[in-house]
Ligand binder design. Structure first.
Ligand code: FAD
Length: 382
């Protein structure tokens, strides 16, 4: 779907609301400067140049490589059948742009930023934020996913009326084409039959025969739990056994505000950004913060990314109100049973340092589950 840089565009999914995009991401700093990242290369370069002219040119070079990499290889790879890795490397390496893609394919986010020569600590922080905000470890290989996350950030959008509208639209399309949806049917087993078919058993005892099953559950639950490890071919069993849960997830502080929500930053476009990153200034700050997250010592007032959906879509809050969503990277295994309120209070403190807002009339925290067997642990956020 191609959208204008601001405003709304219509989804091709029947009955789905329009989606809204604005200035995607902004990191405001304490000295009154800020960095803006949008789909418009010149606009982004201009913004980076207010902090570092050298890094602005590095960004131009990097994006001029990423754009054709995404167009020619990375985006098509997401909807084509996977190829064996060696064949893929050879095929991609046959063009100059593909060779550049192969060069970054094993690099971590920090190494990608080094590779393109960025030096300014604030620009480096902002460019690492786009993968760190989803829980990625910045020194783990991310490779071709780094351009994907940057592209995803500068193309960020909201579904008008809330993302439930998208799932409702998909629901309607399926039902209007003869599909049937059985809500609240817990799958309890998947039987791989000798004739090549599959039978799914659900908790109330019903059994459904099929040629194939598409499961959105995690590999452990699907294969070890529902299919049973003893029924898996060796290579699949080993692949599933090596699969690991992520250590980090997101804490969300959602607020309903009676009155307005206005950033105090002198640059007015901070308030227009889809996502504003608050709390950190430099690359070192980000690394130290993430080390504290992993050590279980990070507070709730260190680093948040904030979206005010009602700034972009008035249908998201009643008249005279705003809706605020602040999210931050946290560890799954912190003490969420007792620590949630205090963590949310600290998050609120950080928001208060950066924005003026009216009376809080709704406050809800979304935090990692506090008790779950490992097989139902919440999946990652990537
Ligand atoms: C904290 C957090 C914040 C996120 N924020 C964003 C965001 O802002 N934007 C974004 O695009 N993405 C976001 N994501 C990611 C997004 O939520 C996921 O990518 C998406 O929900 C994955 O969809 P899914 O259908 O594959 O899996 P899920 O949404 O996990 O759906 C799996 C479903 O299967 C059900 N289920 C489990 N066991 C059984 C069983 N035995 N039988 C039948 N059903 C079962 C579960 O109840 C669940 O409803 C976020 C994720 C998290 C955890």
């Amino acid at each position: 779907m191609s959208c204008p840089p601001t405003g709304t565009c219509r989804s091709p999914i029947s009955g789905c609301a329009t989606c809204i995009r604005t200035w995607p991401a902004r990191s405001p700093f304490d000295d009154g400067k800020s960095l803006l990242f949008t789909k418009d290369l010149d606009e982004t370069v201009q913004s980076i140049a207010t902090v570092s002219e050298h890094d602005a040119e590095c960004f131009r070079t990097m994006w001029n490589s990423f754009a054709p990499m995404l167009e020619q290889y990375i985006i098509p790879l997401t909807y084509e059948l996977p190829m064996p890795v060696v064949d893929q490397v050879v095929e991609i390496g046959a063009t100059a742009i593909g060779e550049q893609l192969n060069e970054i394919s094993d690099l971590s986010p920090i190494e990608v930023i080094d590779h393109y020569g960025f030096t300014d600590p604030r620009v480096r922080m902002a460019l690492q934020s786009f993968s760190a905000m989803w829980g990625f470890h910045l020194d783990d290989p991310l490779g071709y996913l780094y351009p994907v996350y940057l592209c995803r950030m500068v193309n960020a959008a909201l579904v008008k009326g809330g993302s439930h509208r998208l799932s409702s639209a998909l629901y309607r399309v399926l039902v209007s084409n003869g599909g049937e949806i059985l809500d609240t049917s817990e799958a309890t087993g998947i039987d791989l039959r000798d004739d090549g078919g599959v039978t799914v058993e659900v908790a109330d005892g019903h059994r459904f025969g099929a040629r194939a099953v598409a499961s959105t559950l995690n590999p452990q639950q699907t294969f070890m739990g529902l299919v049973g490890s003893e029924n898996l071919p060796d290579d699949l069993r080993h692949a599933v056994a090596d699969w690991e849960w992520e250590e980090r997830t997101l804490f969300g502080q959602h607020l309903g505000i009676e009155g307005s929500f206005t950033y105090r930053h002198p640059e007015p476009r901070v308030g227009e950004a889809m996502i504003a990153f608050l709390g950190l200034e430099t690359e070192d700050d980000l690394h130290e913060h993430l080390a504290r997250v992993d050590a279980g010592t990070a507070g709730g007032g260190e680093w948040v990314h904030v979206t005010v959906p009602s700034h972009h879509d008035r249908s998201m809050a009643p008249e005279g109100h705003e809706l605020v969503r602040a999210e931050q990277v946290v560890r799954y295994d912190d003490d969420w049973a007792t620590g949630t309120q205090a963590f949310g209070d600290e998050c609120l403190g950080l928001l208060e340092r950066h924005a003026d807002f009216g009376r809080i009339v709704l406050r809800r925290s979304t935090r990692p589950p506090t008790s779950r067997p490992s097989s139902t642990r919440c999946s990652g956020v990537r």
